[in-house]
Structure formats: structure tokens, C-alpha cells
Design a protein around this ligand. Structure first.
Ligand code: ATP
Ligand code: MG
Length: 617
């Protein structure tokens, strides 16, 4: 019940539209009932049973009499007949105005509620930590955002269509039936709850089956997403067949589970119709007996009764379908709520302060970190970076270098120990303010499918001149000018239309534009040869000027120019100092230096010129 209420909550802000839809539905249903009631005078006139309306009237006839009696009890059969027919036409037209209004207002309320849900879902995603994204398949999230919310919105539409429009119709029809013959109607009303009981066990399975189908659809989306992102790898490894088979398996699973769910969900409607038809036959027999045998009911009333009872079948069928739709919607909603119920772990608490800027130093004090419990990646790192200093971090691949620098923008927080900024723990400061005062040029540069201009500005509201200036300083201006549309060129998803070095220079321009006092550089490994390009080197050198720099370094030129070098090995800083001192000390740094950078014969694996090879492979 709680989850129904929660879904209904999204309709609450749009309750006026909803009420309008309901009002229009009531209006339409009442008019619809009225046209049916007009059958009584029509039948009387057609079969010449005295006047259009009798002396002794049922409640329905009294209403007709009061409303339009004067008009249809005109002079003579012919004019009565004409007037009744005209009335039926007019009322039907008016009724349809109500139907359309109810429909439109209903859809409006539904779409508004769905939009609110999507907006909230997106905003919530933004507040979740990086760790969540690393653990969750993006395709599953896309599927939740699109398909599952669509499915949840079925609740709103069905709620409006079945419960409101058809429900009102059921009430009006049953009211007419009661007025015509309460004995007959009582039989029907007593049977109805019994019919509802039949569906209970089916409905319970509907939801769980739809949940399975939603999960399968999420997997399908995730798989598609992966294949599309990796289009280049799929082609170069000639893995199209393999990917098709993998997709086929996921697709089959999705189709099977969806069919199973739909089969179950389809059951209540025909079942209820069959059962209702049974009730109808009963009514027919009882009505015939009352009309012919008992003489308690006039024939035209029996006819009208049966017509209304027949008309009742369709709305009853719709209403009976509602629980199945609701269960299906809940299956989708639960997957959405599951994300909405995750605590916002990347949102600053009001207690955090704004980072005022670095005055003295950044200090990593006995920092421990694990991505998974007890699988320590950082094991007590101690390191000090003084303001204005360039500190190089070196070490083997997987040593924890990228993890260490992720601590500064608080993408992750230490599990134990602290990162102190002028003596205050980084967790005292808001993530927002920390991230604003530093720029990161990462190992893999992320470029968005937008113009070059927008990619450099990325979220900042700045003048074009400032962007061009940053691009010049990043040695990017020239190649940007040569692009088909210059700064307005769209660079394709993840910047695939640019070379690795070009992407990196855009990232440098982005960082230059922000002009941050603290800079974090995660140098590309040897795998990305293009970064050893001179223009990128120059741009990065310019970016590093007059800033506090923490650089994960792979090149001798960067390393030897640093003020301090910290050697990380398996999550601990094992050595630190200046290049010459460390080489002279003959420790781990010297070992690495000998293996990777020392001059070697021509057949070495060196690609980037003498001594310019990365350690990480
Ligand atoms: N999101 C993550 N979830 C779980 N484990 C991770 C995650 N990111 C990194 N790791 C693990 O943490 C360890 C350190 O990774 P990190 O990226 O810090 O290495 P690195 O020193 O930057 O290596 P490289 O020089 O290759 O970039 C590795 O063993 C890696 O497998
Ligand atoms: Mg790394």
C-alpha cells in the first residue's frame, strides 16, 4: 500500500488537473447514463405503450421527466419520437466534449507527474558518488530512467483511465440499474467481490514477473550500450559475431520474461468478462421471469436494464484490469525507488565550509583507502605538498597513484587517516568549493559530444575571447581553426573525431580557463604515445606555472623537473626527495630509473626518445 501511496504522491501536485479530469469524466458518464435512460421513452413511443413517460415512474423516469419531460411529451407520437432522437444526438455530442476533456486533462496530469519523477531521478543521480557509477552499469540506469519510469507512469494513466473514467461510469450505470430494479442489481453487486478474489493470486505473480522482465531489459540496454561504446574494439577484434550472439542471448531472456509477464497480466480481463457474461445471462433469465411471469417489471424497463447491464461490461473490464496494470507499474516504480532511496553520498552537508584556498600545504597523513572492504589500495600514505610546489608521484601500474590524487577533489574520502589542507581535514570543506579550486587533467580525457567551444568552457559562463586565449595557451588554437567549423565543430561522442593529443590539449585549455590554484595531472601512460608530442608537453608546462601541482608522472622530463618526487609502491610512499638525491641514494627510485629511463641500446622498446618511456605498462 505504501508504494501505491508513494506513486500517488507524484500526482498530488497536479491534483487540480486530476480533479478537472475527474469532473469531466463524471459529467460525461452522467450524460451517457442519461442517453441510456432516454431509451425508456423511445421504446414506449416506438412500441406505442401509452405516452412517452408513464404515470407511475421509477426514479430514472422521474429524472428524465423533470429534465426533459415537457419536451418529449409533445403533441403526438411523431413529434415525441423526433424530439427524443434529437435529444439523444445532442446529449451524445455534449458527452463527448466531456470525454475529450477528461482524456486530455488526464494525459496532462500523467505526463506532468512523470516529468517530475524523471527530473527527481536525474537530480538524485547527480548526487551519487563516483563509486556508485563505477559499480553500476550505465545501461541499467538508462533503462531505469526511460523504460521503468515509462512503466511506472502506466499507473498514472490507468489510474485516470480505469479508475476515474470507467469507475465513474460503473457507478452511474449501477445507479441506473438500482433505480430500475434493486432486486436484480443486488444479485450482481453481491457477486462482484467474489470475482475480484479470483484475481488475487494472479496479481501477486504479475508484479514479480514484471520485475524480472525489467531487470532483463536493463541488461539488454547495458549490453547495447557497451557494444556501441566499444564499436572500434568490436571491429578491430572482428567480434561482431560474438557480440551478436551475446546480444541475442540477452534479447531472448528479455522477450521470454516479458511474454511471461504479459501473459499473466492479460488474464484478468478476459476472465472478468467471461464471469460478467455469466452474471449477465443470470440477469437475462431473472429479468425475463420478472417481466413475463411476475409482471413486476415493465418490458421497456427490462430492455433498458439489459442494455445498461451490457454497457456495464466494458468499464467493468477496464476497472478489473487496473490491478494488473498497477502491479506492472509498481514493478517499474520499485526499480526507480531503489535508486531514489540511495543516500545522496556526493552532496555536501550544510556543516561543510567553503574552501578558502591553499595558503601553506596539503598533507596526506596516514591515509588508508579501499574500494572494497579490506582490499587496501592505499596503506598509510604520508606526503606533503607545499604551496607552489610541483610534486611528482611515480610508481608501478596499479600502485595507487590515481587513487591518491582522487582524494583531493573528494571523489573518494580516506577510510582512515586524513588529507589536511592547511591543517584542516578535507572533509570539512564542501566538495563543490574544493572542486572549483582545482583542475584535473586526467589519464583519460573526457570530451563531450558538443562543440569545441562548449567543451573548453564546460559549464562555465565565459566570453569567447577567454576560451580562445585558453586554447592558444594550450597549443590547441591552430588545430581547432583547421577543424571544419572551427570552434563550433562538434567533436563526436567522447571526442572520437579528435586525436588523443588533441583531446588532451582541449583538456589543458579547459583547465587553463578555470585558472585553478591547484592542479592535478594524471599523465597518460606509454600506451598513449601521442601525449609525448611536443605541443602537449609545452601546453602542460605552461599550465603548471605558478600553481601547486600534484602530478602522476611517467616521463623522466617531468619527474626530474619536480620539486619533490614520491615513489609509491603497493599503496605506501616508500621514498621521497629530489631526483639527484634519490638516484644517489640508490633505493627503489634508482631501481626504477635504471630499468625504465637509463640510456639503452638502439633495440630498446623506447618510443618517446631516450629516457622518455613510461614505467607503467
Ligand atoms: N573503482 C575501482 N574499484 C575497485 N578497484 C579499483 C578501482 N579503481 C582502481 N582500483 C584498484 O586500485 C588499485 C590502484 O589503482 P590506481 O588506478 O590508483 O593505480 P595507478 O597507480 O594509477 O595505476 P596506473 O599507473 O596504471 O594508472 C588497482 O589495483 C586497481 O585495480
Ligand atoms: Mg592511474
Amino acid at each position: 500500500m505504501g508504494r501505491y501511496k508513494r506513486l500517488l504522491g507524484y500526482l498530488w501536485p497536479h491534483r487540480r488537473t486530476f480533479a478537472g479530469s475527474m469532473g469531466a469524466a463524471v459529467f460525461a458518464s452522467v450524460l451517457d447514463g442519461f442517453t441510456l435512460a432516454l431509451l425508456i421513452p423511445l421504446l414506449r413511443v416506438l412500441f406505442e405503450v401509452g405516452t412517452a413517460l408513464p404515470e407511475a415512474q421509477t426514479a430514472v423516469e422521474r429524472i428524465v421527466d423533470v429534465a426533459v419531460g415537457g419536451w418529449i411529451l409533445g403533441d403526438g407520437q411523431a413529434s415525441s419520437l423526433r424530439n427524443i432522437v434529437l435529444l439523444i444526438l445532442g446529449v451524445t455530442a455534449l458527452k463527448n466534449v466531456g470525454v475529450v476533456s477528461a482524456l486530455y486533462l488526464g494525459v496532462y496530469a500523467q505526463e506532468s507527474a512523470t516529468r517530475d519523477l524523471r527530473r527527481q531521478f536525474f537530480a538524485h543521480l547527480q548526487g551519487l558518488s563516483l563509486g556508485f557509477y563505477q559499480r553500476t552499469k550505465s545501461g541499467q540506469l538508462v533503462s531505469r530512467m526511460l523504460a521503468d519510469i515509462d512503466q511506472a507512469s502506466v499507473f498514472f494513466s490507468q489510474m485516470l483511465q480505469s479508475l476515474v473514467r470507467q469507475g465513474v461510469m460503473v457507478v452511474v450505470y449501477v445507479g441506473i440499474l438500482f433505480a430500475l430494479s434493486w432486486q436484480l442489481t443486488l444479485v450482481t453487486v453481491l457477486v462482484a467481490p467474489g470475482i475480484a478474489m479470483v484475481f488475487k493470486p494472479i496479481l501477486r505473480r504479475v508484479r514479480s514477473q514484471f520485475a524480472v522482465a525489467a531487470e532483463a531489459r536493463g541488461e539488454l540496454t547495458a549490453q547495447l550500450n557497451e557494444t556501441l561504446r566499444g564499436a572500434k574494439e568490436v571491429k578491430t577484434y572482428a567480434a561482431e559475431g560474438y557480440e551478436s550472439r551475446r546480444f541475442g542471448v540477452a534479447l531472448d531472456r528479455f522477450v521470454r520474461s516479458t511474454l511471461r509477464a504479459r501473459r499473466l497480466a492479460a488474464l484478468p480481463s478476459p476472465l472478468s468478462e467471461t464471469l460478467a457474461a455469466g452474471v449477465f445471462v443470470l440477469l437475462l433469465l431473472a429479468g425475463a421471469w420478472l417481466a413475463i411471469g411476475g409482471q413486476a417489471m415493465r418490458p421497456e424497463l427490462v430492455m433498458t436494464y439489459l442494455v445498461v447491464a451490457l454497457r456495464l461490461l466494458s468499464p467493468v473490464k477496464h476497472v478489473a484490469q487496473f490491478p494488473a496494470f498497477a502491479e506492472q507499474a509498481l514493478a517499474g516504480a520499485e526499480r526507480v525507488f531503489e535508486i531514489l532511496d540511495r543516500p545522496l553520498d556526493d552532496v555536501d552537508s550544510p556543516a561543510t565550509k567553503t574552501f578558502p584556498g591553499l595558503k601553506e600545504a596539503i598533507e596526506f597523513r596516514d591515509v588508508w583507502f579501499a574500494y572494497r572492504d579490506d582490499d587496501w589500495v592505499l596503506k598509510g600514505v604520508n606526503l606533503t605538498v607545499r604551496r607552489g610546489e610541483i610534486v611528482a608521484i611515480v610508481g608501478h601500474s596499479g600502485a595507487g597513484k590515481s587513487t591518491l590524487v582522487d582524494l583531493l577533489p573528494r571523489l573518494i574520502d580516506p577510510v582512515r587517516g586524513e588529507v589536511l589542507l592547511d591543517g584542516a581535514p578535507s572533509t570539512d570543506y564542501s566538495r563543490q568549493s574544493l572542486r572549483r579550486s582545482l583542475a584535473v587533467v586526467a589519464q583519460e580525457t573526457i570530451i563531450f559530444n558538443d562543440t569545441v567551444l562548449a567543451n573548453i568552457a564546460y559549464g562555465e559562463d565565459v566570453e569567447r575571447e577567454a576560451i580562445v586565449k585558453a586554447a592558444r595557451a594550450a597549443n590547441a588554437h591552430e588545430f581547432i581553426e583547421r577543424l571544419p567549423d572551427g570552434y563550433e565543430t562538434r567533436v563526436g561522442e567522447r571526442g572520437t573525431m579528435l586525436s588523443g593529443g588533441q583531446r588532451q590539449r582541449i583538456a589543458v585549455a579547459r583547465a587553463l580557463l578555470r585558472d585553478p590554484p591547484i592542479l592535478i595531472l594524471d599523465e597518460a601512460t606509454s600506451a598513449l604515445d601521442s601525449t609525448s608530442e611536443r605541443s602537449v608537453q609545452e601546453a602542460i608546462a605552461r599550465l603548471m606555472q605558478n600553481r601547486t601541482v600534484l602530478i602522476v608522472a611517467h616521463r623522466l622530463s617531468t619527474v626530474s623537473g619536480a620539486d619533490t618526487i614520491a615513489v609509491i609502491d603497493r599503496g605506501v610512499v616508500v621514498e621521497w626527495g629530489r631526483h639527484d638525491d634519490l638516484v644517489a641514494a640508490g633505493g627503489r627510485y634508482q631501481e626504477l630509473y635504471d630499468v625504465e629511463w637509463a640510456p639503452r641500446p638502439m633495440n630498446s622498446t623506447s618510443k618517446g626518445g631516450q629516457g622518455d618511456v613510461a614505467w607503467s605498462k
